[in-house]
Design a protein around this ligand. Structure first.
Ligand SMILES: *Cc1c(COP(=O)(O)O)cnc(C)c1O
Length: 223
């Protein structure tokens, strides 16, 4: 087994105060998660509903699960009872569905809005302008069972550090803009979820509050 404990501590040693680790455990077995759990790690991220369901049923109940993948609206009902945070919300439709299912469970679900800034083609994430528009539209204000806690994004998967850095900066600037315009009185709007295995040190320099690190902690994923 990959030395999860040692690599977990190596990552943690790089995190300044105020930056939390979401240990991305997708495609890794329970024993890997348990190894990190034994070292005190409590926040884990998964991207597939069925895989997550299996893990939730068999792992300690005080784990805080973050859903980090693209979430189909028809899957929201399965995770709504227990999910700690849904990180990749990129439409009003999904936000409404989360609100509806959270209400059924008599809870408020924390979410992040997912930005698409990277150059790569992907169907997912809001462009900065689409994100501005979603908030300007105002319909989200009626959703009392979701709480928008900040922004999430993935930088381009490139070696060019300057490019990665500039993408994080765009996200950080947008965060500041939206904070001032819509969330000045909302202390919970404070999360900037960026940084993965290959770029989390840059992400921290560029204002991340939450890094999502998988491979560096758990080793290569076996699909
Ligand atoms: C898989 C994944 C990660 C972790 O990636 P690593 O390169 O293994 O650290 C982070 N964020 C998202 C959204 C992911 O899907």
């Amino acid at each position: 087994m990959f030395n999860v404990k040692e690599s977990l501590h190596a990552v943690l040693s790089h995190l300044p105060e105020g930056v939390r680790l979401v240990a991305i455990s997708k495609f890794h077995p329970n024993e890997y998660i348990e190894a990190a759990y034994e070292e005190g790690q409590r926040i884990f991220g998964e991207s597939h509903e069925q895989e997550l369901r299996g893990k939730v049923e068999t792992l300690p109940k005080d784990i805080q699960w973050h859903f980090i993948g693209h979430l189909q609206t028809n899957k929201v009902k399965y995770i709504a009872p227990y999910i700690t945070m849904i990180e990749a919300v990129d439409s009003l439709k999904l936000l409404r569905e989360i609100d509806k299912e959270a209400a059924k469970n008599e809870r408020v679900i924390d979410v992040l809005l997912e930005l698409h800034i990277a150059e790569e083609e992907t169907k997912y994430g809001l462009t900065p302008d689409a994100c501005r528009q979603l908030l300007a539209d105002g319909a989200w204000r009626d959703l009392k069972h979701v709480r928008i806690c900040g922004l999430m994004m993935m930088a381009s998967n490139v070696d060019d550090e300057q490019q990665i850095r500039s993408e994080f900066r765009i996200a950080h600037n947008l965060f500041d803009e939206l904070k001032a315009q819509y969330f000045a009185d909302a202390p919970w709007f404070c999360e900037r979820s960026w940084g993965m295995s290959h770029d989390y040190l840059i992400a921290i320099e560029e204002g991340s509050t939450m890094v999502r690190v998988g491979t560096t902690i758990f080793g290569p994923r076996v699909y």
